[in-house]
Design a protein around this ligand. Structure first.
Ligand SMILES: [Cu+2]
Length: 499
């Protein structure tokens, strides 16, 4: 749903560009006047999608049809606003067309894209009217985790994001609030997930459980200041935010597809996505981004309803690379001051990842992620490979393979190791395959069902706790509303784009 949307955001126009018709698309852009042509840099075409529904309106493969609806100068305010209102109205209607018109793009909700923390922001230099977007997901899941450490439950993973954005001065201001009520929809001690670790419940470590996310998952204000069409600087002030480290958090990644389960390497790679008192400063030029954050290093406490706060004692730095053709990568480092108060000690985290299709602008997305934690007791590594493929507009397959080194004692006994015990690591492998199908029932609400199965590899010494070959799985109903803003960040051959 888009509340108070501007006409050009009301729907979604797609043009098809590929090696054969890219030239034509370029001409279409050029025909739309100077505003549009400034957004074409070095063949890098940037796009901006905001829509209230995933049901997108395809104008067909002929880019000339979009030129009809977006005639020259149409985006030059204010004279064009009336026409845009009509186009917006048409597209709003089109957005509710039956599922046959849906695209095969994967869903993503990357907040760096939504908040314009990118070098090339397609609306840079244009006046953006204030608009409020709402996007969210809720699942109803039956979760079975096998073996003696497993269990069965019904739960719901969920989040909602309110995103207010508009021009201030020559830049773009984004205000975001993201909430989750998992504290009410997860079992008190967290959702059963074999080999999952991280955070605490009643002062004891959570083992084989995924903690619920805080009610305030994000509360941030971001100002992006353009430096011409190819560069920008940004500052984010976030009582609750994501420091610049690691890949996009799993629940926002296109490559996670419909897999709503936290990776076992969450606390090696992307667990800082909820941090307190975060200040981020960044900038980017063409395909390169450099950003740094300071924040409070402790992980969220057991009270999931409040905003923890805490003094700024930790820092991260990240370089991002937005390659042509849908590829992107990051390398990052962070110092986290005493992230787990129940098990005191500082943490150094190093991460590198490569992604394909992270902007959710094509049917396939893949991420390969490495994350390393270096603690006083020693270092441990994690590697994750995941992908999602939209076979048709309604059918998706997804998968995830992980290898992560976890504390043997913790997994075996479900207690923190006593101080002084040398760190013994267990190599844990987890392999998930899943299938999801959309069943469009209600307009404005995307409804679908999915299921997945996970198998594991682990040392024989853990068999007393896990059995010899546990099998886990989920069956779930997923509701989703809204769609995140998207900035495609590739050049050259590309899939379906909106403009
Ligand atoms: Cu998390």
């Amino acid at each position: 749903m888009v509340l108070g949307q501007s006409p050009q955001q009301a729907g979604r126009l797609e043009t098809e560009t590929d090696s054969c018709c890219g030239q034509q698309a370029t001409q279409t852009l050029a025909a739309n006047g100077p505003v549009r042509t400034t957004r074409q840099i070095n063949g890098v075409r940037s796009f901006f999608i905001m829509s209230e529904s995933r049901a997108t309106f395809r104008l067909g493969n002929d880019t000339r049809s979009s030129a009809l609806l977006f005639p020259a100068g149409v985006l030059q305010p204010p004279a064009a606003m009336g026409r845009l209102a009509i186009v917006g109205l048409l597209l709003s209607v089109a957005a509710t067309l039956p599922a046959a018109a849906q695209s095969r793009n994967l869903f993503q909700s990357d907040m760096t894209l939504m908040n314009g923390m990118v070098p090339v922001e397609p609306m840079a230099g244009m006046r953006m009217p204030w608009h409020l977007m709402d996007v969210g997901i809720a699942t109803a899941t039956y979760d079975h985790q096998g073996g003696p450490s497993g269990g069965d439950e019904g739960d719901s993973a969920n989040w909602n994001m309110l995103h207010l954005q508009g021009s201030v001065g020559s830049g773009l201001l984004s205000v975001m609030m993201m909430n989750s009520i998992e504290e009410a929809t997860f079992p008190k001690a967290g959702s059963h997930e074999l080999f999952q670790t991280g955070e605490t419940y009643q002062g004891r470590p959570l083992v084989d459980r995924q903690h619920p996310h805080d009610f305030f998952m994000n509360l941030s204000a971001t100002y992006r200041f353009p430096l011409g069409p190819e560069a920008g600087l940004w500052l984010q002030v976030a009582p609750v935010g994501e420091p610049a480290i690691g890949p996009t958090a799993y629940m926002h990644r296109a490559s996670a597809g419909e897999n709503h389960t936290a990776p076992l390497s969450h606390h090696w790679q992307d667990s800082t996505h909820i941090a307190f008192n975060v200040l981020t400063f960044g900038g980017g030029w063409k395909w390169f981004v450099l950003e740094g954050s300071v924040f409070h290093g402790a992980e969220p406490d057991e009270n999931r309803w409040n905003i923890d706060g805490g003094k700024i004692d930790s820092a991260t730095g990240r370089a991002r690379f937005l390659f042509p053709g849908g590829w992107s990568a990051q390398v990052s480092y962070g110092f986290l001051k005493n992230p787990e108060p129940a098990e005191p000690g500082d943490l150094h985290r190093i991460s590198a990842s490569v992604s394909y299709g992270a902007a959710g602008d094509r049917p396939l997305a893949i991420s390969l992620i490495w994350g390393r934690n270096v603690e006083e007791s020693g270092a441990s590594d994690s590697v994750l490979l995941e992908g999602a493929y939209q076979i048709t507009a309604l059918d998706q397959i997804y998968g995830r393979a992980e290898w992560v080194q976890k504390d043997f004692f913790l997994l075996l006994t479900k207690h923190f190791p006593p101080p002084g015990l040398p760190l013994r690591l267990a190599n844990i492998g987890a392999f998930t395959a899943g299938y999801f199908r959309d069943f469009p029932i209600l307009r404005g609400l995307e409804t679908g069902v999915g299921g997945d199965v996970t198998l594991y590899a682990f040392p024989a010494g853990l068999e007393p706790a896990y059995g010899s070959s546990p099998v886990s799985g989920h069956v779930f109903l997923r509701l989703r509303w809204g769609r995140a803003a998207l900035v495609a960040m590739e050049s050259g051959h590309s899939g379906h784009h909106a403009m």
